[in-house]
Ligand binder design. Structure first.
Ligand code: OGA
Ligand code: MN
Length: 219
């Protein structure tokens, strides 16, 4: 089967994902993403890293954007539908968006995602993906692309309780196929230092970007 006809993710896991978001604010699925799709996306990202097509990632949006290597050390590139694999991934996230809107009335209307490459030693300190009250990122997704990630590879994403930010509730290995989804405004998370080059796709469902007179910069 080609990339076009294989399901991009385990659709029977969607009800579980929705229940987990409602109950705890986060979901982790192992083997959630299609292996062939992950393989293609991984190849694409590694090629970008090799030809220097990635940009150092910063923190803050718009005018507040700044580079802080003491906070995050990854290099990124926004998905722009330039390959079949990217289109397939974005289409799958569109399916997830429809499911979330139907089940939870979240009114999500836009999705943005970037490839992220963490070189050995890189990390991303504990953070939230959105600021309360701003009409921006509502639900976060992270898809992992690294085949055969060793037990001592590091680079796990630690998830913390929304109401108790010091309490770790889950750790996600960046193994290809693994997928995490959580509420962007309330669930703290962090990328532990990686020992090996680490590939992921971080993405966000957004609400209308310019509500309440606050214009939200696109990225
Ligand atoms: C992010 C992020 C987690 C990961 O980019 O905001 O938290 O595991 N990424 O790549
Ligand atoms: Mn994050």
């Amino acid at each position: 089967m080609s990339l076009l006809t294989r399901p991009a993710f385990a659709a029977n896991a969607l009800p579980q994902l929705v229940d987990a978001l409602v109950e705890k604010g986060w979901f982790v699925g192992e083997g959630f993403l299609d292996a062939e799709l992950c393989h293609e996306l991984h190849r694409e990202l590694m090629e970008m890293a090799e030809r220097d097509a990635l940009a150092a990632a910063g923190i803050g949006r718009g005018d507040e954007h700044q580079l802080r290597r003491d906070i995050r050390g990854d290099a990124i590139r926004w998905l722009d539908r330039e390959s079949l694999a990217q289109r397939r991934y974005l289409e799958a996230m569109g399916e997830l968006q429809r499911e979330l809107n139907q089940a939870l009335f979240l009114g999500l209307f836009e999705y943005e995602a970037h490839f992220a490459h963490y070189p050995p030693g890189a990390f991303y300190k504990k953070h939230l993906d959105s600021f309360r009250g701003r009409a921006n990122r509502v639900v976060s997704t992270v898809g992992y692309l690294n085949p055969g990630w060793p037990a001592d590879g590091g680079g796990e994403m630690a998830i913390f309780a929304a109401d108790e930010p010091e309490r770790e509730v889950a750790r996600v290995r960046p193994e290809a196929g693994n997928f995490a989804c959580f509420l962007a405004e309330t669930v703290p998370h962090e990328v532990l230092p990686t020992r090996l080059p680490r590939a992921s796709i971080a993405g966000w469902f957004r609400r209308n970007a310019s509500l309440g007179g606050l214009v939200d910069p696109a990225r």
